[in-house]
Write a protein of this length. Sequence first.
Length: 384
Amino acid sequence: MKILLPVRFQSSNWLGGANYFLSLVSAIGKRAADDVRVFVATNRPEAFNDMRNAGVTIVEAPWLDPDAQWDYKANAVLAALTSVDIRLYSLARQLGASVISHVVPGRLSPCPALFWMPDFQHCHYPEFFSERERWSRDRNITASKRSGHLLVSSQSAARDFRRFFPHLSAVDVHVVPFSPLLDPGNQPATREVLEALGIQGKFFFLPNQFWRHKNHSVVVEALRQLPESFQVISSGAISDYRGDGHIHELLKRITSYDLTDRFRLLGVLPRNQMMALMTASVAVINPSLFEGWSSTVEEGKAQGKRLILSDIDVHREQAAVGAIYFDPKDPADLAAAMARALAEFDPATEQERAALAPARYAGAVKVFAERYIDAVRIVARHTK
């Protein structure tokens, strides 16, 4: 079975998306299956250099580049308008692909296509999206009826699909939770990272982009209620492609509350530094209002870290050991959770969780690859 997986690197807007595809390709490459071969078509082939093996072939696809020459852009416009991607279909025929994965099923496709819908946030929080974005998301989801299959990352997302798209009841949903790509051998010494970033004392770590639904404001409000000894280190892109108004308001609030030294913004960090900060923290916080499947949670689980999580369905589904849940709209509830985590912090318990984490992580990566390949096999055999 040959899987064609187009991966377009566009910008730093969606770091989680880029990490997802790197994690998927890495997981597949670690799974020994003589009858499965994945062709990754991408405008950034160097990103996958360490993943080339007998089962993974990297194909340079400059036509996926958003800054590409005019004829490549014309192909993208044509695909958007007509649901016919000439260059992608030509490559699929050339390779003899069994399935094109993670693309919107188009017309005249030479083989079945499987669309991945990361989440249904636009159905729960339409105010976070423009009318055009909501229309585009709905159109892509509806296109899944062409193949009769849809890929999602959680049972929560599968329930959302059935709830908000009852007219697509004939579409089969494949739930494939992902496990992030980690490189423990490339992680610098924690002390070196802390010294380089000027971090002293105990801290909570918040590694999220500043998109509206990530809900940083509840952390700022909670920190305001806590003693001065509490500090939060925050990493991630300080921008939102949908508009930065809420970020400017948050920064003003941090200044007006005199929290500049206790809520530190580090911006985008190298991944190995981010993982080192996660290791050194008292706990990792994810206050998000909505997730399809949280990378932050999976990264924390992979290191055996204690997690403080907003009480949303998918966070419960991800089932982190020892996690503390809080109402994402109640700063006092989060403040209490942080106080509890600090009071219960015990280095011996941390070491015990960390010792068990690698085996659990390896198992999660294996399940990720196997469930994905099982889903693709079904699509290849039973496209409707």
